[in-house]
Design a protein around this ligand. Structure first.
Ligand code: HAM
Length: 428
């Protein structure tokens, strides 16, 4: 027997019962970003591998271990995007969107791909909503991005369930000097480091700071800290971000070990985390990346942004039962028609009702059937009213209107009066 076909591990179908929550989240974020003047950009899912190698950085887990990379029929190396920032910068440069210091405030959404170990909240195909701002160097825009996420948590009812971690990585020079000091410190204690951290000491030493290994964490207690290496300009920038968050009343925790897994960051980095999802608690993360545009071949262009994990946010909304009830609201009406003539008249009537009642959710019975079977389907659909059109109703130009959710009697309503009658019933 042939093996049954399955989706790839870590790549999930989003089933009809789940899509209302996705649409709710996407709609809420899109409206919010619109209100802050951010415009949507739609980017390809496939890019040349070089973009990510240069943008995210060799030595990062994402580039070294997690990319879906393959040769296409033309022997070009392509990669399914593991994140959206690099592609966004590529598009910016390709279309000259940041030329002459033009400010761009952009957002995007869609699937990202990383070959990670699948578990709750961590998938191989996952979705992000990402936001990026270009040609704004000051702390005001870093703060704006954090403020707008904070507003989103309020809109979604998550404000008490997420907290903000903040750090500054300083200038790239300061970061490099710190990196050297950290490497020197850890090199002397090499034998006591866990295996992963030993490897990272040459590939990506700052990542050792967020090692989960207890012995490594103990070693780090005496290590030099990033804060000691912060250059004056970055320190002032960081003060500027904090002052703005204070002005709005956003609480944060300074986490000197927050370094992020992608290489392009400098200065502000931040993560919104929750303790309600187990190990995969970061729901939104980002920071400043002033060197990325030049790294990808453009003129110096400051950039800052973040991305949120859609699956994680939906899991959180589900766990906390914060999805609005009306997301799964059933249809308003179910139209039952008996016999060919009634079916034809019913179809035309349904279209008239859709014209007359904006937003109407009307199910027209498909597949014929007896009065009993159609009525059963109407009931099962959860609709509030069944509309009944048989030979008698057709002859009298009326429709039977039967409330399905209470014991009220069926009423026969003339076709012309039906839209107003139903609109009133549905509002009640
Ligand atoms: P990131 O931290 O790699 O940053 O991902 C951002 C968010 O995407 C995470 O906080 C998490 O919520 C979600 N996420 C990441 N990997 C997975 C996964 N395997 N399964 C489910 N959710 C996941 C970036 O990607 C940067 N591009 C963010 C950014 C934009 N920085 C500046 N601009």
């Amino acid at each position: 027997m042939s093996k049954s076909l399955q989706a790839i591990r870590g790549m999930n179908d989003i089933l009809p019962e789940q899509t209302p929550a996705w649409r709710y989240l996407e709609r809420t974020v899109a409206e919010l970003l619109d209100g802050y003047g951010y415009s949507e950009i739609r980017l390809p899912i496939l890019e040349f591998t070089e973009l990510f190698a240069r943008g995210i950085g060799e030595g990062t887990d994402v580039v070294d271990k997690e990319m879906y990379t393959f040769l296409d029929r033309n022997e070009e190396s392509l990669t399914l995007r593991p994140e959206g920032t690099a592609g966004c910068v590529r598009a910016l440069l390709e279309h000259g969107l940041s030329g002459g210091g033009q400010v761009q405030k952009l957002w995007y959404t869609g699937p990202m791909f990383r070959y990670e170990k699948p578990q709750k909240g961590r998938y191989r195909q996952f979705h992000q909503i990402g936001v990026e701002a270009f040609n704004l160097a000051g702390p005001d825009v870093d703060a704006e991005l954090i403020v707008l996420t904070w507003r989103l948590w309020q809109k979604l009812g998550l404000a008490d369930s997420v907290s903000l971690q903040l750090n500054s990585l300083g200038s790239s020079e300061a970061r490099a000097a710190y990196r050297d000091a950290l490497v020197a410190y850890l090199q002397e204690r090499f034998a006591q480091l866990d295996e992963d951290s030993q490897r990272r000491l040459t590939t990506n030493p700052l990542r050792i700071l967020d090692s989960k290994n207890a012995q490594t964490q103990a070693l780090l207690v005496g290590a030099p800290t990033l804060a000691d290496y912060l250059d004056e300009e970055s320190r002032l920038h960081f003060e500027g971000v904090k002052a703005r968050l204070d002005a709005v009343g956003i609480r944060y925790e300074i986490n000197h070990k927050l370094v992020r897994g992608l290489d392009y960051y400098n200065r502000s980095v931040f993560e919104w985390v929750t303790d309600k999802l187990g190990a995969q608690g970061t729901v939104c993360a980002g920071g400043r990346y002033d060197g990325l545009v030049t790294q990808l071949g453009g003129k110096p262009t400051p950039g800052v942004g973040f991305a949120m994990g859609v699956e994680r946010l939906i899991l959180l909304l589900e766990t906390l039962q914060l999805l609005p009830e009306e997301l799964n609201a059933p249809a308003d009406l179910y139209l039952c028609a008996f016999g060919e003539a009634a079916e034809l008249a019913g179809l035309a009537l349904a279209e008239r009702l859709r014209d007359a009642i904006p937003g109407l959710r009307l199910l027209v019975n498909s597949g014929g059937g007896s009065f009993k079977s159609q009525f059963k389907k109407a009931d099962k659909s959860g609709a509030r009213f069944a509309l009944i059109l048989g030979e008698d109703e057709l002859a009298a130009c009326v429709v039977g209107c039967k409330p399905l959710r209470d014991d009220a009697q069926q009423q026969n309503i003339g076709w012309d009066a039906l839209p107003a009658h139903l609109a009133a019933c549905l509002q009640a």
